[in-house]
Design a binder for this molecule. Structure first.
Ligand SMILES: C[S@@+](CC[C@H](N)C(=O)[O-])C[C@H]1O[C@@H](n2cnc3c(N)ncnc32)[C@H](O)[C@@H]1O
Length: 257
């Protein structure tokens, strides 16, 4: 899976499917959780990998001051459209985990939906945590979700389809590759297609790779990059310790002094 051009790209069809499947406001418990955790943060918030604004827009609607960036212009376009439809001035830019930069510092940064796992190299992940640390105000908080292990080791998702407004059929086929235990990654060939009356109009391949993290490993990574007071919660109940049947783990940490 070395082809960077096709890796975790979220191109046109992938973004269209994401926006139909997970539109603005669709919550997995995360929208309410982040809204509650940020209510008292008293300063600007950053959402890296903001995507189509699924979480961003409800936070802005709740009066929280959020900036977002994403590598995919196609995903950002849905976010901008959703903001415009609600009379919100979008503060969204095309930037990446690797090189993002803001002149202002944030009181909090949030990474919902397991997006942190899209950084497939462990050292790149540490560099990203350091860059985030530098963008936080003293005492600022970082909140990161890690998705359930089923998404990495379970069987591939069954074929799925959606109908577009024009009556076309969008299909998504997920073919898993073997997990790589050295790099701690699982890859999938995600093939998106658009069909009309039995004819294939478009197809797109996303080489989708996620890195898995042990609970203790990510705690240590946060501490090694300057964070402290790490609290790990499960399934969007703050302070609820993760257990064998946990789906999502949420890590919250603080930038010291
Ligand atoms: C699962 S979506 C999450 C979107 C949104 N945060 C949400 O909760 O619904 C992951 C996002 O990560 C973005 N992404 C992937 N690689 C990236 C990178 N290197 N830098 C910034 N964003 C990236 C994708 O474009 C995509 O929009």
């Amino acid at each position: 899976m070395e082809n960077i051009d096709m890796n975790n790209r979220y191109s046109a069809l992938a973004s269209l499917v994401y926006n139909m499947d997970k539109p603005v406001g669709r919550s997995f418990g995360d929208v309410e959780y982040y809204r509650a955790r940020l209510q008292e943060c008293g300063g600007p918030v950053l959402e890296p990998a903001v995507g189509n604004g699924r979480v961003y827009v409800p936070l802005r609607e709740a009066g929280i001051d959020v900036d977002g960036f994403d590598a995919s212009e196609e995903m950002l376009a849905y976010g901008r459209e959703a903001c415009q439809a609600r009379g919100i001035v979008a503060r969204l830019s095309q930037q990446t985990f690797e090189t993002f930069h803001y002149d202002r510092r944030f009181a909090a940064a949030i990474i919902p939906a397991g997006s942190f796992q899209l950084i497939t190299d462990g050292n790149d992940a540490l560099a990203f945590l350091r860059r985030l640390h530098a963008h936080l105000l003293p005492g600022g908080r970082l909140i990161i979700d890690i998705g359930g292990i089923d998404g990495l080791f379970g069987s591939a998702a069954p074929a799925r389809s959606w109908k577009t407004a024009e009556g076309d059929l969008l299909t998504l086929l997920d073919h898993r590759a073997e997990p790589d235990y050295v790099s701690q990654t699982t890859s999938a060939y995600l093939r998106y297609e658009r069909w009309s009356r039995g004819a294939l109009l478009e197809s797109e391949l996303d080489l989708f790779t996620l890195r898995w993290w042990g609970m203790q490993e990510l705690r240590l990574a946060l501490e090694a990059t300057g964070f402290s007071d790490v609290i790990v919660s499960s399934d969007y109940v703050f302070g609820q310790a993760p257990g064998k049947n946990t789906g999502t783990m949420t890590f919250e940490a603080r930038r010291g002094g």
